[in-house]
Design a protein around this ligand. Sequence first.
Ligand SMILES: Cc1cc2nc3c(=O)[nH]c(=O)nc-3n(C[C@H](O)[C@H](O)[C@H](O)COP(=O)(O)O)c2cc1C
Length: 221
Amino acid sequence: MSDLPQLLRSLRVWDPAVTELPPFDPADAPGDPLELFTRWFAEAVAAGEREPHTVSLATADADGLPDVRVVMLHGADADGWAFATHADSRKGRQLAARPQAALVFYWPVLGRQVRLRGPVAVAPAEEALADLHARSTGALAAALTGRQSAELDSPEELARASAAAWERAEREPDAPVASWTLYRLRPAEVEFFQGEARRRHVRLAYRRTADGGWERRLLWP
Ligand SMILES: Cc1cc2nc3c(=O)[nH]c(=O)nc-3n(C[C@H](O)[C@H](O)[C@H](O)COP(=O)(O)O)c2cc1C
């Protein structure tokens, strides 16, 4: 059995063999965090970040108990950061009860983290379907399988439902999925973190102002 404490102590973040920490001068940052996010996302892709479009989505249930899981980013524009899931999943029910969430991206090849918080809105159903149908057959099959987060009686039950869903997704590439929902988190706050070798990490926080603009401030690391 491995010694977890020893294993943990043996690990480092930002190993120079894989990580390059670029300088980040917040004075050069754009006024809109969407622009900086778009730039950092492209740089993460160019730097070889694996799956930079996966993001941790935090929600809270009706009692305020936090929850978190990974989802895919489906887009980011002036309307918000988009992700998709089933409205009747655990997260979907949490979002119905408390339509607010947080997202965090971590791109270790550049030592960067981006955090967002804000209200979450449901996109029109046609948009959710168009988004789903533009994706892979596997994505449609997974959505058609449905019952996400419900208790599964047996692996065989999943195998049967999934096989039927794949068969339908291949036969009917524009099959509707009533529960499939596109959500948009419209951030009230966006924070960019750039790691620095001497631990003088740069944290640039944007906060939306009442007039819809953004104010910026630096945070201690
Ligand atoms: C890399 C990765 C990407 C995922 N993308 C999604 C996604 O876009 N939508 C989704 O509903 N679940 C996605 N999942 C599954 C979720 O993490 C989660 O298991 C599922 O949505 C159920 O969450 P819930 O019980 O909190 O509703 C993804 C999981 C991983 C590991």
